[in-house]
Design a protein around this ligand. Structure first.
Ligand SMILES: C[S@@+](CC[C@H](N)C(=O)[O-])C[C@H]1O[C@@H](n2cnc3c(N)ncnc32)[C@H](O)[C@@H]1O
Length: 204
């Protein structure tokens, strides 16, 4: 079993990894996760964007992940798949925020205890990670779209200077970016002109 490479970013409770969830899942030890909570990409009828395959292949594709999900789940663990926006024949939908934060919060509270580990294999904007962090649960996020994952960092940052946002985003969204720790993200400012460093520090 390969071990996970460096996360794109980390927080006090969690780590977010960029890559195909099927490969990343294989790097997790068996029976290490208490809850897998995820909202898969949508099966669009015609469009093959957004990492989708067509309807006939969709279920098989999704099922291929469940074998690994079962392996990494503890015996007492739970698997929750949000299919709310996954498939609509008449009106294909495409939204990152197909579940509001209240939903993962509710299930994380219901199905885990503080200190447990929650995994989202299709993390998108990482609503699951944000909910888990706020509830004191460890979390792991997998996402193969670098821009989505880079953008999700801002959900963990409060009162951040606009310039910092731009610098952080560019760093996370560039090739080879990895290993940023939040809230130590402020250290990034060392690469910026002196005046900006002082402004940024003062804000925290
Ligand atoms: C419905 S969205 C998830 C929305 C998420 N709940 C949120 O809070 O934004 C599904 C995500 O799965 C990602 N995805 C699709 N195929 C993937 C794969 N093989 N491995 C990892 N992520 C994948 C897409 O890029 C998309 O961001």
């Amino acid at each position: 079993m390969n071990s996970l490479s460096k996360p794109l970013y980390a927080t006090p409770y969690g780590t977010a990894y960029l890559g195909d969830a099927i490969d990343l899942l294989k790097c997790l030890p068996e029976e290490s996760i208490d809850l897998v909570l995820t909202s898969p990409p949508f099966a669009l009828l015609r469009q093959k964007e957004y990492g989708n395959v067509d309807q006939n292949e969709y279920v098989d594709w999704l099922l291929s992940f469940t074998i690994e999900v079962k392996r990494v789940l503890k015996e007492t663990g739970s698997f929750l798949l949000d299919l709310g926006g996954a498939y609509r024949r008449e009106r294909p939908v495409r939204s990152l925020y197909n579940f509001p934060q209240k939903l993962p919060e509710f299930f994380i509270k219901l199905l885990t205890d503080a200190g447990d580990t929650v995994l989202d294999i299709f993390a998108g904007s990482n609503t699951t990670g944000v909910a888990a962090e706020s509830l004191g649960r460890k979390w792991i996020a997998f996402e193969d779209n670098q821009t989505y994952l880079a953008t999700s960092t801002f959900r963990f940052l409060n009162k951040i200077d606009e310039k910092l946002i731009r610098i952080l985003y560019e760093k996370l969204n560039s090739e080879g970016a990895a290993g940023i720790t939040i809230p130590q993200v402020i250290q990034l400012q060392i690469i910026e002109p002196e005046g900006e460093i002082e402004t940024a520090r003062a804000k925290f």
